[in-house]
Ligand binder design. Structure first.
Ligand code: HMG
Length: 420
């Protein structure tokens, strides 16, 4: 049998505080239904400057090591996907290596292409293992970001922050990847970007949605052609319906609904050989809604309460999905769509492992949100206006890390990888 490669374990770290999106809407004089129904969010993580992308990454990775009792000597590669790193040159991966005391024999680096950086990292590590270059070692991928658009902007309710760490190995207990089947789509666009020196992203919001949807069509068609050629799906039946679930990159939850409708449209229009007419559109609308509820909604639980985590958003969806449905999905193929503005995208797939429910139950995902503190909008605005190098102060809880200040241009972190 061909060697399997994929995700063995997944853990998450989020900021300790969050706001309720209804509170934000009221403070901005907006109907709360716009944020909760129109965008699909409930809560949004608020990162303090001390909870930067390196601190969150180390916190998530510390949990990963604990959850699988990983011997650090077995880790050959640590790749971080981020677009909100803490230095123009030094990799977040190096900071994490230092905080966790990882061995010096590892390859460490960061990957950047907006929200796609985590998928680039996942590809690099998976292919390293599949090629044999890993020589029985495992790799770690961390997706970590602070999504920040600024106060009183259209993007404000679509901020968020967090880190997702994944153990990649040839024992893919959670998800065995269908390597070599991915479809990719990219183009040079200015939909969302962050010019050098700016803390907040610049975004052409409605255009970014259109770019994302174009990317869904391009990447999905590429995957579908390869999946059909390899008999992963059958010709005849609607291809996307043969995937037990589909996890999307989730800048805000409603985007996943739009994406899924677009994906189905590709299947239906390609089969008909023409655009849907009014009658077909009317027939499709309730089917698309039902299909979204069955195939996509189960992956949105964490995103609705954390917000956009840029590189981590797709993997937050995956964690959410497995946390809820892993037992039912054992042995089943799911689809994943990764999008990074600018833009590049990938549709790929994998098969959920037979022990996925057991493994995900050891990831501590339940505690991640229950330990957070809800803050009001005044406090959120105060935090938002703090300088980026303001340390958090105090001692982080066991198992977590914080930025503690800069000495002679060197960022200093405090924390402890052990949870007790
Ligand atoms: P907006 O213009 O303020 O909102 O900003 P809108 O007017 O488009 O309304 C949003 C939705 O709420 C609409 O639903 C309204 O109808 C509905 P839709 O028609 O789209 O289905 N609505 C209501 N619903 C119920 N009750 C009401 C009500 N009022 C309105 N009273 C926008 C929205 C997303 C553009 C903005 O938040 C934004 O710019 N966000 C940031 C950009 C973004 O997330 N883009 C997504 C695609 S790009 C991407 O995913 C990459 C990214 O993650 C970055 C990276 O790659 O690094 C962003």
């Amino acid at each position: 049998m061909k060697q399997q490669v994929g995700i063995e374990a997944i853990t998450i770290a989020v900021p300790r505080r969050y706001i309720d999106l209804g509170d934000l809407a009221r403070a901005r004089g907006v109907d709360p239904a716009k944020f909760t129904q129109g965008l699909g969010g409930l809560e949004m993580a608020v990162a303090e400057p001390g909870e930067d992308s390196a601190a969150l990454a180390a916190s998530a990775a510390a949990q990963l090591i604990r959850s699988r009792d990983v011997d650090p000597a077995r880790i050959g590669m640590l790749v971080v996907g981020t677009e909100t790193g803490v230095d123009h040159s030094k990799a977040v991966a190096s900071y994490v290596q230092g905080m966790l005391g990882f061995p010096r024999t590892m390859r460490t680096y960061d990957c950047q292409h907006a929200c796609y950086g985590g998928t680039a990292a996942l590809n690099a590590v998976s292919e390293w293992i599949a090629s044999g270059a890993g020589a029985d070692r495992v790799g770690i991928v961390i997706c970590t970001d602070i999504a920040r658009y600024g106060l009183n902007t259209a993007g404000e309710p679509t901020q968020g922050a967090g880190a997702v760490a994944m153990l990649i190995s040839s024992s893919p207990e959670l998800l065995a990847l269908d390597l070599g089947v991915a479809g990719t789509f990219s183009m040079d666009v200015h939909d969302f970007w962050r010019p050098l020196g700016r803390r907040e992203a610049v975004v052409d919001g409605h255009y970014s949605i259109q770019c994302y949807l174009d990317a869904v069509s391009g990447a999905y068609r590429g995957w579908r052609a390869r999946a059909l050629a390899r008999d992963l799906i059958r010709a005849g039946a609607i291809p996307s319906e043969q995937l037990a679930r589909i996890a999307y990159h989730v800048p805000f939850c409603k985007m996943a609904k739009k994406a899924h409708a677009q994906l189905r449209r590709c299947d239906l229009e390609d089969r008909a050989g023409k655009p849907l007419d009014a009658a077909a559109e009317a027939e499709e609308a309730p089917r698309a809604a039902a299909s979204f509820e069955a195939q996509v909604a189960p992956s949105l639980g964490l995103s609705a309460r954390v917000g956009n985590v840029y590189t981590g958003s797709l993997y937050l969806s995956l964690a959410s999905l497995l946390k809820r449905d892993a037992a039912a999905l054992a042995g089943k193929r799911i689809g994943l769509f990764s999008y990074g503005s600018g833009c590049v995208s990938e549709f790929f797939s994998g098969v959920v492992g037979p022990r996925a429910a057991q493994v995900i139950s050891g990831a501590g995902l339940d505690g991640v949100l229950s330990e957070r503190e809800r803050i009001g909008i005044e406090e959120y605005e105060r935090i938002n206006n703090l300088p980026p190098d303001q340390p958090l102060g105090g001692t982080p809880p066991p198992g977590a890390f914080r930025y503690a200040g800069t000495k002679e241009f060197r960022r200093v972190y405090v924390g402890n990888a052990k949870d007790s």
